[in-house]
Design a protein around this ligand. Structure first.
Ligand code: UDP
Length: 243
């Protein structure tokens, strides 16, 4: 068993990418509905004033340290956190193994056409992968029973939900038992990146822990979200001082 680190009231698993993949494989094998969350600084900060999100994250079967901010926070608190496990990278690792393990995926979320493009990309990158359904992430409450029925009928092993934080976590928590999918993961902008609509930061920026800056530069509408970072740093520091 790996350790869990409490960051601003949320338990984050101190796992490497390899351990995260192994845990997901175990959850798929177990077959019971489970949830995997990818916690970045913005999500952890939101959970400090969104109790529903906080409870969902603390009830999740696995919470991976997505983002340099989460890894920094754990280490600043004096805890072991081996490496960053970005949601996008975790999805790629799982998809890489999918053909050999016969894992079936369902891609739910993003603007119309994006999940289909992400599916086509996955089929090129990971030949033999089974993507058993796609559905865009713009819907009315009245459409939800049909969405749930479609996902259930497709019987995926892994449901990827890209509705943004915290909508994807709340939607999955509300429907996961009914969906009866072994593993559900909230994956944010993953389909946009796979479809080539949004670019991932160059490797040197990822290594310099500047991916957040790249995303803000590329999508200026996100720049306001940068304010979350200094707030996150201050809150984590306060947690350290008070502990
Ligand atoms: N999205 C969606 N339905 C919504 C709101 C957002 O499908 O009602 C999608 C949006 O098109 C995008 C993703 O959710 O593909 C959110 O991406 P973002 O990078 O903002 O994720 P976050 O940073 O919130 O995890």
């Amino acid at each position: 068993m790996t350790e869990r680190v409490e960051i601003l009231g949320v338990h984050v698993d101190a796992v490497t990418m390899a351990q995260a993949v192994e845990r997901v494989a175990d959850l798929i094998a177990a077959g019971k509905p489970s949830m995997v969350a990818t916690a970045n600084a913005e999500m952890l900060l939101r959970a400090t004033h969104d109790d529903e999100l906080k409870s969902i994250l603390n009830a999740a079967n696995l919470v991976v340290p997505d983002g340099a901010g989460t890894v920094w926070a754990a280490r600043h608190l004096g805890c072991h956190m081996p490496e960053r496990v970005a949601g996008f990278d975790l999805v790629q690792e799982l998809m890489k193994l999918a053909p050999a393990r016969a894992w079936k995926f369902y891609l739910f979320g993003s603007s119309p056409g994006i999940a289909e493009k992400a599916k086509a990309k996955a089929e090129t990158l990971y030949p033999g992968i089974q993507i058993v359904g796609t559905r865009n992430g713009y819907f009315k409450p009245a459409d939800e029973p049909e969405i749930v029925a479609q996902i259930k009928a497709a019987r995926p092993d892994v449901l990827l939900a890209a509705l943004g934080v915290p909508k994807q976590e709340k939607w999955l928590a509300a429907h996961m038992n009914d969906l009866n999918v072994p593993v559900s993961i909230g994956v944010g902008g993953t389909f946009d990146v796979m479809a080539g609509v949004v670019k991932r930061a160059p490797l040197w920026m990822q290594r310099a822990r500047l991916e957040w800056l790249f995303r803000a530069m590329l999508q200026p509408s996100r720049a306001g979200r940068l304010l979350a970072l200094p707030k996150f740093v201050l809150k984590v520091h306060k947690q350290k001082v008070n502990s």
